[in-house]
Design a protein around this ligand. Structure first.
Ligand code: C5P
Length: 219
């Protein structure tokens, strides 16, 4: 069983994907974390975010791994826990530029398909239903209003002790969605056969239930 969950930034994809994967004992793959890791590798290597050749070279010399620790999925870059480092505003601001590079996408998509293998997987991202797993049995396109996505992100940050103006968060979300939807290679787009789920007025439990029901129906 392959489940693809795509959608714009901060729509709650990873939150619900993690819960559904745990409930069903499926493997969860956070593809956004992989592009964030590539961006961190570029930053730490002091190369320009547009320098595709240099970035690809650095990625070839690096390792990106997911490790499950307790209830959390950690991202390790070159053997070091980078779970927090890949979510800083600097990485978030630049990830769309790095993820638009053809060679970077090729590498990540190959890795993602390899990771999916023959396992039961839930993969979230922007191009899973359109490109990475076009034959996925369940494809979901998760959307929510910008205001509600910003509010959720604001509360998320607050819980972590980070203060960011809600208007700034809204702006960042819109800019990132625009870049992700307008790039040349596999832009953020609903697959023709994906089911659109608007979570603006739904809580996490309700979204989990909807997705679980769709999976059960397609088993
Ligand atoms: O999901 P998350 O917000 O962590 O993704 C970070 C960025 O990675 C996205 O804004 C997008 O630029 C890129 N991405 C992508 N394709 C995916 C997943 C993420 O281009 N499948």
């Amino acid at each position: 069983m392959q489940v693809a969950i795509d959608g714009p930034a901060s729509a709650g994809k990873s939150t619900v994907a993690k819960i559904v994967a745990k409930n069903l004992n499926y493997i969860y793959i956070d593809t956004g974390a992989m592009y964030r890791a590539c961006t961190l590798i570029a930053r730490d290597g002091n190369v320009d975010y547009s320098d595709e050749k240099a970035i690809l070279n650095l990625i070839d010399q690096s390792t990106i791994e997911f490790k499950n620790e307790g209830n959390e999925q950690k991202v390790y870059v070159n053997g070091k826990d980078a779970s927090i480092a890949i979510r800083t505003p600097e990485i978030t601001e630049n990830v769309s530029q790095v993820s638009a590079l053809k060679g970077v996408r090729q590498k990540m998509v190959n890795l993602q398909r390899e990771m999916a293998g023959k396992n039961n997987v839930i993969m979230d991202g922007r191009d899973i239903g359109t490109t990475v797993l076009p034959d996925a049995q369940v494809k979901i396109f998760l959307i929510a209003s910008v205001a509600s996505r910003a509010r959720r992100r604001f509360l998320d940050f607050k819980e972590k002790g980070i203060h960011q103006d809600i208007a700034d968060i809204e702006h960042d979300i819109e800019v990132r969605d625009y870049k992700d939807s307008h790039r040349a290679i596999s832009p953020l787009k609903k697959a023709d056969d994906a089911i659109e789920l608007d979570t603006t007025n739904l809580n996490i439990d309700q979204v989990v239930q909807e997705i679980t029901a769709l999976i059960e129906k397609n088993k």
